[in-house]
Ligand binder design. Sequence first.
Ligand SMILES: Cc1cc2nc3c(=O)[nH]c(=O)nc-3n(C[C@H](O)[C@H](O)[C@H](O)COP(=O)(O)OP(=O)(O)OC[C@H]3O[C@@H](n4cnc5c(N)ncnc54)[C@H](O)[C@@H]3O)c2cc1C
Length: 381
Amino acid sequence: MAEHVAILGGGTGGTVLANDLADRLDAEIDAGDVEVTLINDDPDHVYKPVWLYVPFGQREPPDGRRPLRELVDDRIDLTIDRVTGIDADAKELALRDGPGSLAYDHLVVATGSTLAPAEIPGLAEAGHDYYSESGALALRDELLSMTEGHLVLSVIGTPHMCPAAPLEFVFMADDWLRERGLRDEVDVTYTYPINRVHGNPHIGEWAEPIMEERDIDTETFFNAESVDPDAKTITSMEGTELDYDLLAAIPPHRGVDAVDEAGLGDRGWVDVDKHTLEAERADDVYALGDAATTGVPKAGSVAHYQAGVVAERLASEVRGRPATATYDGKTLCFIETGMDAASFVEFDYENAPSPAPASEKLHWSKLAYNESYWLTARGLL
Ligand SMILES: Cc1cc2nc3c(=O)[nH]c(=O)nc-3n(C[C@H](O)[C@H](O)[C@H](O)COP(=O)(O)OP(=O)(O)OC[C@H]3O[C@@H](n4cnc5c(N)ncnc54)[C@H](O)[C@@H]3O)c2cc1C
C-alpha cells in the first residue's frame, strides 16, 4: 500500500512543498509506493504580496491569483475542499464536502494566517486593510478620495504576515501623497504595539530615522483596544486615543481552529521544533510557513525555505533513512521605502538583519521577484 503524504494548504509553502516532493520522489510516486495529496479550500493559489500595491492603483487582486491546478505537478493529487478536523491519533483529516475522511501517514500543516478583525470592537466596521483582496480594494477607494486629514496605520495584531509590510505601506503612502501634492494636507501616523516601530530591533532602528525625516508620526506602546467608527477614533489599552480620517489597520491574525481542536497548538499556530519543523504535540506531523511557530517572520520566503527542508526530511523518511535536513531561520525580504526605491534584508537564527541602502534597483528587484513568483511556486526557481 502506498505511503500517503497529505499537505494541508496550497499557498506558498504547501505548493512549493508539493512540487518539490513530486520532483524528489518521482520514482516512488510513479511506482505507486508514495502518494501525495494537496488539499486547499480555494481552487486558486493566492499570492498575497500583490495586495500591497492595490491601494496605490498599481496592481489588481486578479494579478495575485492563478488556478492551483496549473501550478502543481500532475503527479500530485489535488483536492479542493476545506479540512474541518485533524485527528492526529487516528491520522485522519475530516473534509467539509468530501465523502468521508482522508487517511494519512505523514501530515504537513501549511494553513497560513487568517484575519480576526472581530477581536477588536469596531475594527471590522471602521478599519481598512490591505491584508485581504476586499480590504485592499476598499482602501484604494478611500485613499484615492483622500485630499486632507489624518491617515493612521495601526499595527494591531502581532505576529502578523510580512512584518515589513506596515512600514512599506507608510513609506509608500508618504511618497504617493507627495507625488500628488497632498502631503502637506494629510498627516500620517504609524502605531506599533511595543516600544519601537518594528518587532526586530535592527529593522526598527533603521526605520525610525526615515520616519522622522519624512514627518511620519509614530505612537509606540499602542495596543489597540477598540475603534469607534462614528467618532472616528482608535483607543489603545495604554489609554491613548487617536482621531483618524482614514484608518488602515493590520488586524489581529490567527491560524485555523482545526489546529487548536487537534491539540497541536494555540490560536491556530502549530508548536514545532524550530529546526526540524516537526510538530511538538503529535507524531508524523510537520508544520511550515505562517502556521508554524518558529519565531521567524510570517513571510513567503520563510514558507519557501521551510518547504525545501520538509521535502528533504519527508523524502528521507519514506525511504527509511534518518531525516537530517534542518531549517536555519533563513528569511529574506525586500522592503519598499517609497514608490520607486526599496531596501533588502536577509537574516537567520544566528545573524541579525542589516537593511541595505535603499535603491531603485532593489525596488525593481522586488517587482521582478513578484513577477517570477509563479515560477517559484512551480518549483522552477
Ligand atoms: C500585504 C502582504 C504583503 C506581503 N508581502 C510579502 C513579501 O514581500 N515577502 C514575503 O516573503 N512575504 C510577504 N507576505 C507574507 C506571505 O504572503 C505569507 O507569509 C505566505 O503566504 C505564507 O505562506 P503559507 O504557505 O504559510 O500560507 P498561505 O500562502 O496563506 O497559504 C495557506 C493556504 O491554506 C489554505 N487553507 C487554510 N485553511 C485551510 C483548511 N482548513 N482547509 C483547506 N485549505 C486551507 C488557504 O486557503 C491558503 O491557500 C505578505 C503578506 C501580505 C498580506
